[in-house]
Design a protein around this ligand. Structure first.
Ligand SMILES: *[C@@H]1O[C@H](CO)[C@@H](O)[C@H](O)[C@H]1NC(C)=O
Length: 282
């Protein structure tokens, strides 16, 4: 947000909410859900309105479902003995501007389990207030890969795989004109780290030769695509079939011909021998 924007929203808030009495304050958190990328850092800013020194206040971040403390700052130091264990070593309290009532919590690296509802809580000796906000966690996975297997009746089975997505991505097959193709199967499984692995397959006949498989991150609206072109794939695939089937067939045919010839020649020789043998003896 632009500073003038913050200024205006603070003014509006001050006008809308009853002006706090002496020593009272509002806590203002991130205005919109914080989009946090897996493996990267997220900064969760919170500030006081009106501007006041928070150096001597208790400042905490909590989360709901599972409920617990994410970070706690009190008596000018980080007190993290009640911190939920999954945040150990991942939080840093940014207090550069604490005398102006502005603080932030840095979480690094972000895990899929960090998604959810959070609160930042300020308490002075006489008053307390908090602000709620949401963290949306997201991550885009690997570029999809397409595997091609020939079917029994001339169609091709295409399988598209990709891994490392959060949340569950959207999967689409499209033909060369961008029309949606219906997939034969689609599975999305969460790995131990919470990230999704996608596997989808489709059966196409050789008329629809070109197209693509697209995996889309619904939070970032980011897509990754793999294209297929069967004209390249079909022919190299036909060669092993030809070698494996046609060559033995030719050999068999040649063998049969040879045997037939051999038998025939032998019989003819015997016949000739029989006839001429008689002739010679006469
Ligand atoms: C502190 O305030 C300055 C000036 O407004 C700003 O540039 C800086 O990013 C702030 N620091 C933190 C940690 O918020």
């Amino acid at each position: 947000m632009q500073p003038w924007c913050v200024g205006i929203s603070t003014l509006l808030l001050s006008a809308l909410l009853p002006w706090p009495g002496t020593g009272q304050f509002h806590v203002i958190g991130p205005g919109a859900p914080v989009i946090a990328l897996i493996g990267k850092e997220a900064v969760l800013p919170c500030h006081l309105s009106p501007v006041m020194d928070a150096e001597d206040m208790d400042v905490s971040w909590y989360r709901s479902h599972p409920t617990g403390q994410v970070h706690h700052y009190s008596t000018s130091q980080d007190l993290i003995e009640h911190q939920r264990h999954e945040y150990r070593g991942r939080t840093e309290f940014l207090k550069e501007n604490i005398t102006k009532g502005q603080v932030a919590l840095r979480i690094h690296p972000i895990l899929p389990s960090d998604a959810g509802e959070y609160r930042c809580f300020f308490a002075s000796s006489t008053f307390y207030n908090e602000a709620q906000f949401k963290i949306l966690v997201t991550g885009s996975g690997t570029a999809p890969q397409i595997y091609i297997e020939p079917g029994y009746t001339g169609e091709m089975k295409l399988t598209c795989t990709s891994t490392g997505w959060y949340p569950e991505p959207e999967v689409q097959w499209r033909d060369v004109r961008g029309q949606r193709l219906t997939s034969a199967s689609e599975t999305k499984t969460a790995a131990e780290n919470g990230l999704f692995h996608v596997e989808t397959s489709i059966t196409v006949d050789t008329r629809s030769r070109d197209g693509s498989c697209t995996i889309r991150n619904p939070v970032l609206r980011e897509e990754k695509e793999a294209q297929f072109s069967l004209s390249d794939a079909v022919f190299p695939r036909l060669w092993p079939w030809i070698v494996g089937f046609a060559v033995p067939l030719c050999l068999l045919a040649a063998g049969t011909t040879f045997s037939v010839l051999f038998v025939c020649t032998k019989r003819r020789k015997r016949l000739i021998k029989k006839q001429y043998g008689k002739l010679f003896w006469i």
